[in-house]
Design a binder for this molecule. Sequence first.
Ligand code: GTP
Ligand code: MG
Length: 368
Amino acid sequence: THQPSAQQHGFAWRALDDACARVLPQLFPSENFFKRREEVRRRVEACLNNADVLGNGRRLVLRVFGSSANLFGAEGADLDMCVVPAASEEDTELSSPEVCRRVGEALESAGAKNVQVRDTARVPIVLFADPQTGLDCDVSTHNPLALRNTELLRAYAKIDGRVRGMAYVIKKWAKIRGINSPSDGTLSSYGYILCVLAFLQTVPNPPILPSLQRLDLDWPNPKNPDRPPPERVPHPFDASRDVCLSFHDPDKTGSLADLREIAGRNRQSLGELLALFFRHYAWDVDYRNLVVAPRTACVLPKANKAELDCWPQNPHLAIEDPFETHYDVAHVLKYPKHQLVRKEFMRASKLIDDAAAQRVDPDLVLDY
Ligand code: GTP
Ligand code: MG
């Protein structure tokens, strides 16, 4: 087919820039977003402590994770919360499913709407709607990996404005196209954000993001040059594995200004990056052989992964979780939906090329 010229591409990128400038201010949350959510969190926390869901008067803290805490949240997002025992050394005697059922009962008694208890899930969880605000909420009972990956995503979001810009546009696009629903066999918001991070680490030249996990291994530490390798801790749900939860946190190490300066050496606009993003995941990724892996800032060969049974060499998108390196975040993409996401990347990429060739607004990509 006819390939648009560089000048024509420039036209489409600028049109996408304009579209982003139009839609992003509507997508970014207001000050009130965090205030309202904090009020709900506090109220639910008090309700669960009053009902003594951990037993024997043990107090709990509810911690927010997911898009209400990772800087990728828009107004309509659900509020994801997780139970953490207030005294960390004092582990509850109750099992997660038991706590989950007690959370469900406490919320039901307090008037929560549409309470659904999923106590047999890998991470037991209660879904409900907050009666006062109508906000969709969930409380999971033991979810340390999600708390940690929320911190990781948040650290990436702070490095460059284009990280959030891209993630908001891609999340919105995925919702509009109906491909953001893991329970229906399409990809989670978390999966799309990992795709954005891996893209910003590997495709733009120079790269906009480093791997914060890799940087943690390499970062010079003058106080302790012989620093031991970061600690591995037992996997919270799987005694046969361990996980490494450390990453280079620019806020704690004072390196944020440096990382921003490095990111800023790349001058590509949001519109150009979006066009490259769709083209990359539509045509350039070798899905059969490679795993998208923001832990490493390079793609990993499926064939080299230790747990080969988790990484079959089929043409499906595979995304390594940054902490659970055996876990494919895209495993939810199952027949017959497994090709849908890839087809949508192709559709968006073609629309942008057509818009470039015909000099029309690529509005169909961002038609909201
Ligand atoms: P929206 O709610 O769509 O705005 O995005 P979100 O980031 O909150 O996504 P979602 O509600 O689907 O998931 C909430 C959080 O759960 C994510 O941000 C992650 O922290 C965590 N999470 C979701 N899926 C996975 C997964 O497959 N593996 C792990 N380890 N964590 C996940
Ligand atoms: Mg969420």
